[in-house]
Design a protein around this ligand. Structure first.
Ligand SMILES: [Fe+2]
Length: 277
């Protein structure tokens, strides 16, 4: 869970409870950006590793904090841009982001015990469009780096250099998995469940997973931009009408793995999680 802080070893997290444990290592930390939730007790203190050797060389803690701070600024622009794209005032979501929960995660995916490139097909390259992912053949293992899931919050900014991220894509009413190739100088933006809720389903949360089909270790960085966990979330008035009634009950935002109050998104997200495994 990204409600943890610090390092987690491989096979300790199961993003999709219906699948096996994820073959990945993670390091999570958060910051109290703009007075937001940083080192509150329910998330625990940041657990920085002792800096010696290579970590001291790169200034791990300072660099990590700088990365989160700068990427968060980008995220704020993104939130405004999405509001404008939805024909809403750009500050529409500012209130729920007044004290945001911002968590950054470093991820390491060893090559997986799964059909690999090039036997599997041509590996996606920088800048190529989404590519269809062949389903595994009978008898093939299909170990996951990250089991299929939707992100909890509003947005996730993913930095990647090696292919591995796959999204469930609706093509002509047919759901298929597509690889999201890396593209230099870009982030992948995943829309999460809170955004789906705010827009009453207009922007649906992206179901995604990670399978490293290369023979290289894959590193990625995911910045989770979640609103204030104590704020109440419900569909914005623009997306609710007599013809299109609210599909979501008002509830406290909470945080994945952390439930605030009686009603939390965390429960309803489980239903969505079980769709299209
Ligand atoms: Fe995710």
């Amino acid at each position: 869970m990204k409600s943890m802080r610090g390092y987690s070893d491989i096979f300790t997290e199961k993003l999709n409870p219906n699948l096996g444990f994820d073959k990945k290592e993670t390091f999570d930390y958060g910051l109290a950006i703009e007075g937001g939730v940083g080192e509150m007790t329910h998330l625990g203190l940041n657990r920085w590793p002792q800096e010696d050797g290579k970590l001291a060389e790169i200034g791990f803690k300072d660099t990590s904090i700088e990365y989160l701070t700068e990427t968060y600024k980008l995220g704020k622009h993104l939130i405004h841009a999405v509001c404008l794209g939805l024909d809403l005032p750009e500050d529409t979501l500012d209130a729920i982001y007044e004290k945001p929960l911002v968590v950054n995660r470093f991820l390491k995916y060893p090559p997986q015990n799964t059909p690999q490139y090039p036997q599997y097909g041509q590996p996606p390259q920088y800048g190529q469009p989404l590519q269809y992912v062949q389903p595994p053949q009978v008898g093939q293992t299909n170990e996951m780096g990250a089991g299929s899931h939707v992100d909890f919050g509003a947005f996730t900014l993913v930095y990647q250099e090696i292919a591995g991220l796959e999204v469930l894509y609706n093509e002509d009413q047919k759901l298929i998995w597509k690889s999201v190739p890396p593209k230099e100088g870009t982030f992948v933006v995943n829309s999460g469940y809170i955004l789906e809720k705010l827009t009453n389903g207009f922007l649906s949360a992206t179901k995604h997973r990670v399978i490293n089909r290369t023979n290289q270790v894959r590193f990625s960085i995911a910045l989770f931009l979640d609103p204030n966990p104590t704020t109440e979330i419900e569909p914005l008035p623009k997306f609710v009408s007599k013809e299109n009634p609210s599909r979501f009950e008002k509830c406290v935002s909470g945080h994945k793995g952390v439930i605030f109050g009686n009603k939390s998104i965390y429960n309803s997200i489980q239903d969505k999680q079980n769709q299209n495994k």
